[in-house]
Design a binder for this molecule. Structure first.
Ligand SMILES: [Fe+2]
Ligand SMILES: [Fe+2]
Length: 290
């Protein structure tokens, strides 16, 4: 418990995050970095960047509601304090991705209607399943849903997006890398804190396994929607824009077809889930493939 206490303390958070990798950043990136002109000038790519960023805002708003809601459901002080730091991290993620929407030209008055218009209904369902557990103050289920399933997904998606943008859009890639560092900490907490609680409450296991299967289903459906919409991909080909040959999970992202990217992402997330759920004593349940 001593290691757990110091690894997830506010002091450690201050030193590693605001005074560490976020020091000197502006909304998560270096001051002076800007969105690339192509995203502002090409209407298809512009719309795609907005749609993608909206999903990040939707996911992060869910994480903010979940981490703050879980504070008062937590059984111990150390978890409450960690969740307070996580709440601030998630609020920051909401803010930086919202700021990206403004940077892409969305007017403040149009923010909510833009989010509503582009939010993927499957991602909204995914969030609702988790928030229902949080509203009922089911701490163990809430932490598994939030810190293993939601963040395991976010973490993997952000890493792929980071690889896709590292060479072509440093501003967005930098915003993502601070977020990835935060998510890594959140996933670590989920694993470390929940294993022992599940042993104490084996009766909760079936409901948690059902929740994980349902959330996984809506996650895979969200991926399917995202990659089966090939408008931006086709536009890059049409204008002869060379895709960057960054590597992700051993693959060259510059040569993969959208459906190959979808399977690579889905397989990577599911492998991650199985591993992390296994470590806390939950058996991964395979959802039907959307
Ligand atoms: Fe987040
Ligand atoms: Fe997070």
């Amino acid at each position: 418990m001593a290691d757990f206490l110091s690894a997830y303390s506010i002091q450690t958070w201050l030193e590693s995050c605001p005074q560490g990798y976020l020091e000197g950043t502006l909304y998560g990136h270096a001051p002076g970095e800007e969105e690339i002109p192509l995203l502002r000038e090409n209407s298809v790519l512009h719309e795609d960047a907005i749609r993608t960023t909206v999903q990040l805002v939707v996911g992060e708003r869910c994480a903010l509601a979940a981490s703050s809601g879980l504070i008062n459901a937590a059984p111990d002080e150390a978890s409450r304090r960690f969740l307070a730091t996580q709440t601030l991290d998630e609020a920051r993620h909401v803010e930086i991705f919202t700021q990206r929407l403004y940077d892409l030209g969305i007017q403040k008055a149009d923010l909510e209607s833009t989010i509503k218009h582009h939010a993927n209904p499957n991602l909204v369902k995914f969030a609702e399943i988790l928030l229902e557990k949080v509203d009922r103050k089911q701490f163990v289920a809430g932490v598994v849903g939030q810190n293993i399933v939601l963040e395991g997904m976010a973490f993997t998606v952000f890493e792929m997006m980071h690889a896709l943008n590292a060479e072509t859009n440093p501003k967005f890639a930098h915003t993502l890398s601070g977020t990835i560092a935060d998510e890594r900490r959140h996933v670590g907490f989920g694993e470390n804190r929940i294993g022992s609680l599940i042993k104490e409450h084996p009766e909760e296991r079936p409901a948690i396994e059902r929740m994980q299967r349902d959330m996984s289903y809506f996650m895979l459906a969200t991926f399917a929607d995202a990659f089966r919409d090939t408008r931006a991909f086709d536009e890059l080909t049409r204008i002869g824009q060379e895709r960057s040959h960054s590597r992700y999970q051993g693959a060259d992202l510059g040569v993969l077809e959208p459906e190959e990217m979808e399977s690579l992402l889905a397989d990577t997330v599911l492998k991650e889930f199985k591993l992390r759920l296994g470590r806390i004593g939950i058996e991964y349940q395979t959802p039907p493939r959307p």
